[in-house]
Write a protein that binds this ligand. Structure first.
Ligand code: ADP
Ligand code: MG
Length: 690
């Protein structure tokens, strides 16, 4: 295929710009589809315009003034046979005042708005024309671009390539006829040609909403590439070797017998799936998904014991120090009696640990007497060398970046075996995402909560009713209950967030003079952070002022009240996670969401959703609808979404078809699968390996 490099059409500078938007070959250009289209094929009479439409008009400039109020701006008045309209430029060059002189004929394309003086266009696309100047006969595509690369340049280059491409050679139809027929797909060349230069009679809505058959074909291809790549990774993983860690039912049985509770049906099922995976000689890559408080930790601990009873080490990686410490305590409580007689130890790695302690832990990990280690990712990444890591457990996996997860896996390269991996998350995956972005993972779901949990009542209070909230907290704490007071999230600045937390602490200390109050935030030295959490756990602190550091994993069953300030600033999953810190004990729990008016539409919607739902799955479904998959997937996609055109929610039908087709293709023609992936994904599939 022609490379842009040898194409004398562009300069070197332009080539660099193109590569910035992922284009280095002609084929990339062909598959660089417009974001939208502008209809410059018609001129509309000015008096026919309605507000909010984007439309092209032409007329004579009858007024040209620079106004200074409310802001310096250039205002034109344009007139055609039917009426007149104002045009405003808030930013303009002085040369424009001359270019748009009274009497000139101007052709404009822009959105019609209702301004102070009547109908107006602000910063339309416009140029001076001669009377009768020809109109284009195709819709004008608008492409994704980058600074310094004009639409004109992209358009010209794409036009050129459309004309001189040897399609058979460069972009042949590789999908078999039956597939095209089965799923009613239009030809590839036809679709590509059409999307770059659609005729003006096309229903523009079908172009914008991407329901047109040409778009359907492109989206299908893209989804198919994603499916194929996921499945190939899945297969490839099975070709790696992992230590086989079959169930021996010794340590696991001992733990189960020592627990004060028995596992729920869902926990048992999840563990049996994990247990089976561990016994295979290829690496498990399983996601254990269960709502906040569903009891994932004990399942993970059982998995750890199965590895340990086979003589392999286990690492548990968590996103925060508070969580590392909490797991360390909990797991020590469960496991020390079992480990003690066997001479095994558990170690914990966290930030401000004493040097000597850290060193001892690292040695124990390297030598292999520390069978279980718990810590934050940073520490594992930088310092730990395992003797024989058999299983890596990643708690709250949605909080980790891709590279952090890859790094832990690489830790065991020494023994030439890939460790098994168990990821845990409370963020449920809606069906379409599970089918698409997560198709390479096996998933176990804990879909019930342990018995005896109390419902959490959620209340919404405007900030004006703060007093009322304060007196409720006072009463509850006087009755011996414990509460969290969560400070507002301030995204722009961590310093500001800290300041707010300290201020809240100061104010509340003055109000609740007879309560024992503590504060925990991200900047507190680790030891202090842990000490505060410990005091709270033991009931010595009654009211804990906290930033969102307590968002994940924290488990203090006696705490039954939570106040969240500025709840309108928080995302759905964050609110759900935070609220999940309560409702863990025997006391009826209450979560008070304080909000500040005015509320944006989405904020209002979020608060309504969190108020009405306690089921994490429902909340996640709403979240996906509100935010789209890019946000939802977070770190997993490392910013670059694999799907540029398709939308798994809206294109569920195509996704189903692509799933079907992928299965057939992999079975019948693996080479075709690889070609198709190469065409559509270039390097993007790599991120799937984690
Ligand atoms: P999460 O899934 O959010 O990580 P945890 O593992 O922290 O939840 O469990 C929440 C609490 O429930 C813990 O205190 C845990 O000991 C307890 N728990 C777990 N499983 C059961 C069970 N089957 N019966 C009763 N309590 C349980
Ligand atoms: Mg947890």
């Amino acid at each position: 295929m022609h490379s842009l490099i040898t194409d004398n059409f562009t300069t070197k500078a332009a080539q660099e710009k193109f590569s910035k938007i992922g284009i280095s070959h002609g084929i990339d250009l062909l598959l660089h589809f417009p974001l939208r289209y502008e209809d410059e094929t018609h001129l509309y009479p000015i008096d026919s315009l309605s507000e909010g439409t984007i439309i092209q008009i032409e007329g004579i400039i009858i007024r040209n003034t620079v106004m200074y109020r409310p802001k310096r701006q250039l205002v034109l008045k344009i007139k055609d046979d039917s009426g007149s309209i104002f045009v405003r430029f808030i930013n303009f060059y002085s040369s424009q005042i001359k270019t748009y002189a009274v009497g000139k004929r101007l052709r404009l394309l822009g959105e019609v708005r209702l301004g102070v003086f009547g109908a107006e266009m602000v910063h339309p696309k416009c140029r001076v024309v001669r009377e009768g100047e020809l109109l284009p006969d195709l819709l004008t595509p608008v492409y994704p671009t980058t600074a310094g690369l004009s639409q004109r340049t992209i358009r010209k280059l794409i036009q050129k390539i459309l004309i001189c491409s040897d399609w058979e050679h460069n972009l042949p139809e590789i999908l078999p006829k039956e597939i095209l027929k089965n799923y009613q797909l239009q030809g590839l060349k036809e679709s590509v040609m059409f999307l770059h230069q659609p005729s003006p009679n096309t229903a523009t809505q079908s172009l914008h909403e991407r329901t047109h058959p040409a778009w359907q074909r492109i989206k299908f291809d893209e989804l198919l590439a994603q499916q194929l790549s996921m499945r190939l990774h899945y297969q490839q993983r099975r070709s790696h070797t992992a230590p086989a860690l079959p169930a021996k039912n010794k340590l696991t049985k001992a733990l189960l017998e020592s627990l004060s509770f028995s596992l729920t049906r869902a926990q048992k099922e999840a563990f049996s799936e994990i247990s089976k995976d561990l016994s295979a000689a290829y690496p498990m890559q399983r996601l254990l998904q269960g709502d906040v408080g569903s009891g994932k930790t004990i399942v993970a601990t059982l998995a750890a014991l199965q590895a340990i009873e086979n003589g392999y080490q286990v690492a548990i990686m968590v996103p925060t120090e508070i969580l590392a410490e909490q797991h360390y305590q909990k797991l020590s409580g469960w496991l020390e009696p079992i480990f003690l007689s066997l001479g095994m130890t558990i170690v914990c790695l966290f930030g401000n640990q004493k040097k000597s302690q850290r060193k001892a832990a690292l040695i124990a990990i390297a030598k292999g007497n520390a069978m279980l280690s718990i810590g934050t990712h940073a520490l594992f990444q930088e310092q730990a060398e395992f003797n024989n890591l058999g299983l890596a457990i990643i708690d709250e996996q949605h909080r980790f970046g891709v590279n952090q997860r890859l790094a832990l896996r690489a830790k065991s390269a020494k023994i030439n075996l890939t460790p098994h991996q168990l990821a845990m998350s409370a963020t449920p995956i809606p069906r379409t995402l599970a089918m698409s972005y997560y198709a390479d993972l096996d998933v176990s779901v804990i879909n019930e909560l342990p018995p005896g949990r109390t419902q959490i009542t959620t209340k919404l209070f405007s900030n004006t009713r703060r007093e009322e909230v304060i007196s409720r907290i006072k009463e509850a704490c006087d009755e011996g209950k414990q509460a969290y007071w969560v400070c507002p999230l301030i995204e722009e600045s961590e310093t500001l967030q800290l300041r707010t937390a300290l201020e809240t602490y100061a104010t509340l200390s003055l109000i609740f003079t007879n309560l024992r109050i503590g504060i925990v935030h991200g900047r507190l030295p680790s030891q202090e952070k842990l000490a505060v959490m410990e005091l709270f756990r033991q009931g010595d602190i009654q009211l804990l002022i906290a930033t969102t550091v307590i968002e994940v994993g924290v488990d203090v069953p006696n705490a039954s009240i939570m106040v969240i300030e500025h709840a309108e600033r928080m995302g759905l999953s964050q609110l759900h996670q935070l609220r999940g810190r309560i409702g863990r004990g025997i006391d009826a729990s209450i979560c008070i969401l304080l909000y500040q008016k005015p509320l944006s539409i989405t904020a209002k919607e979020r608060l309504k959703i969190i108020f009405e739902n306690t089921n994490g799955f429902e909340i996640a479904r709403h979240d996906l609808r509100l935010r789209g998959p890019g946000e939802f997937l977070g770190a997993r996609q490392s910013g670059e979404t694999m799907l540029r055109f398709a939308d798994t929610e809206r294109d569920e039908n195509l996704l189903n078809n692509a799933c079907d087709a992928a299965e057939k293709i992999l079975c019948n023609d693996p080479d075709l699968a690889k070609n198709h992936i190469r065409r559509w994904l270039k390097g993007k599939g790599e991120y799937l390996q984690v």
